[in-house]
Design a protein around this ligand. Structure first.
Ligand code: ARG
Length: 487
């Protein structure tokens, strides 16, 4: 039996981990949830006092000890299997055995699940904020380039002329869905497992709604076995992050290609040089943004592999689960900042883009559309224009070539269908873009309509973020107020 009854610890001595102690311990990694654990401890003991499970004086002493532990910081914690055990030991060190009443009616299993959710929700809101900033950057550059025509690609081949605004807003639309996925994930993260105890509830008359309220959770996860075991919120978050990182990697790749063609010039702040080749200006920042998708997808794979086939309820494998989500949230948040900065500060080479917008006969579809609008079956028009493209042999066909091919393929002059001005307009990239004014198309008028909707959606997401942050701040304040009652 240990000398000091406050340690209460024959079992702790015996099961201290032996040679595997370091392997078992998550204390260092738990620094990330140090503040979360203090908040969870505070809410839990306030509830224990309110429910007359632990007397007010003892709770006051525990709360004072927790303040002290907080000031000393994570680095000053005694050795422990994890932050939960170490904080409890630190409280007991300060006030004696009664500090152990802090762990009444709970387990580290519901405690750690609560701490992860408490911390991750804040991190996810951070990434939501990053995505909104990136979308704002995309929109503000797009607003300046609604008339800047550029080549559009499929299969990396020139396909149809579009505009820089239309291109950038295509990514804004994708990132908007990523924002929505992260907000959806947030709403399922923000549910409280606390009070589930190990997995099987507790005979104490705990008030789970109260601890949820004090910690800013939107609801209680009722089934105690589900509450302590569930980690699907990590999978959902990482899946949203991996999907988003994949979107970002496409944006990064495009801009790397455009920089390579001279279409866009990255600001020096977002470029690197070579240690040997003095002339080099490399898009390393965007290559790392592209590479971040590997981290997020790898993290998701690692997490799901850890979770797959785990039996109910708690298993220590879970200690290795949440790190994947925290790593990804950091990596993807940072990549977003860099991508947003690179987009906001890059310079588009409008002259070169205009000069090359019609390369590869990318206006061909517009000519076929013109003939189809004049009544020719689209397939026939398509074949005729394809024939003209073949005759032009890599060059863009002239009006005269088109007319000659019309005689050959249609057995009629082109001018029986359309007038010369209309054909010339279809061949001109700027007019080609302007003609495609269907909803969501690249015509400046269509992009202007889209921009209005995009700006309102951005405002709505900014408000959704603020609502969630305000709710967390209000809960924080409420908890701080309740704590002062025990001074
Ligand atoms: N450190 C553990 C984790 O992160 C929580 C402790 C639960 N440990 C236990 N043996 N039940 O999952």
């Amino acid at each position: 039996m240990s000398e000091d009854p406050s340690e209460g610890v024959v079992r702790r001595d015996r099961f201290s981990g032996g040679p595997a102690r370091g392997f078992l311990s998550s204390l260092a990694a738990d620094e990330r949830i140090f503040q979360a654990d203090l908040a969870v401890d505070r809410a839990h003991v306030v509830m224990l006092a309110e429910q007359d499970i632990v007397d007010d004086d003892t709770v006051g002493e525990i709360l004072a000890a927790l303040d002290d532990v907080e000031s000393a910081g994570h680095g000053a914690l005694p050795d422990g299997e994890d932050v939960h055990e170490a904080i409890e030991s630190a409280v007991i060190d300060r006030m004696g055995a009664d500090g152990g009443k802090m762990h009444t009616a709970r387990s580290r299993n519901d405690e750690v699940a609560t701490c992860i959710r408490y911390r991750l929700r804040e991190d996810v809101l951070g990434v939501v904020e990053n995505t909104i900033a990136l979308r704002e950057a995309l929109v503000s550059v797009a607003e300046k380039h609604t008339e800047t025509v550029m080549p559009g690609y499929t299969h990396l081949q020139p396909a149809q002329p579009t505009t820089v605004a239309h291109y950038l807003l295509s990514y804004e639309a994708a990132v908007a869905r990523d924002t929505a996925r992260l907000l959806d994930a947030y709403d399922r993260i923000n549910q409280s497992p606390l009070g589930a105890a190990a997995f099987a509830g507790t005979p104490f008359d705990v008030d789970r709604e109260r601890t949820a309220e004090l910690l800013g959770f939107d609801s209680v996860m009722s089934n105690s076995m589900d509450a302590s075991a569930a980690r699907d919120f990590l999978a959902e978050t990482l899946s949203a992050l991996a999907t988003y990182a994949t979107t970002l990697s496409g944006l990064a790749e495009d801009i790397i290609i455009f920089a390579n063609k001279g279409y866009v010039d990255l600001d020096d702040d977002y470029s690197s040089t070579s240690s040997i080749m003095p002339q080099k200006k490399n898009p390393d920042t965007l290559e790392l943004v592209r590479g971040t998708a590997g981290d997020a997808v790898g993290g998701l794979t690692g997490l799901l592999t850890t979770l797959k086939g785990l039996p109910r309820a708690y298993n220590r494998d879970l200690q290795r689960a949440h790190g994947h989500a925290f790593d990804a949230v950091d990596a993807v948040g940072n990549a977003t900042d860099v991508a947003g900065g690179a987009v906001a500060t890059a310079t588009w080479n409008t002259e070169l883009l205009a000069a090359e917008a019609a390369d590869g006969f990318s206006t061909a579809t517009g000519v076929a559309d013109l003939l189809a609008m004049a009544g020719l079956p689209f397939r026939t028009a398509h074949e005729m224009v394809a024939e003209a493209a073949a005759e032009a042999n890599g060059e863009n066909p002239t009006v005269a070539t088109l007319d000659a091919v019309a005689e050959e393929v249609l057995g009629a002059s082109l001018w029986e269908y359309v007038n010369r001005d209309a054909v010339e307009a279809a061949l001109d990239p700027t007019q080609s873009v302007a003609s495609r004014d269907s909803q969501g198309g690249p015509a400046p008028s269509a992009v202007a309509d889209d921009l209005d909707a995009v700006v309102s959606a951005l405002d709505a997401d900014t408000a959704a973020l603020a609502t969630r942050r305000d709710a967390l701040a209000a809960a924080d304040e409420q908890l701080a107020t309740e704590v002062t009652r025990y001074d």
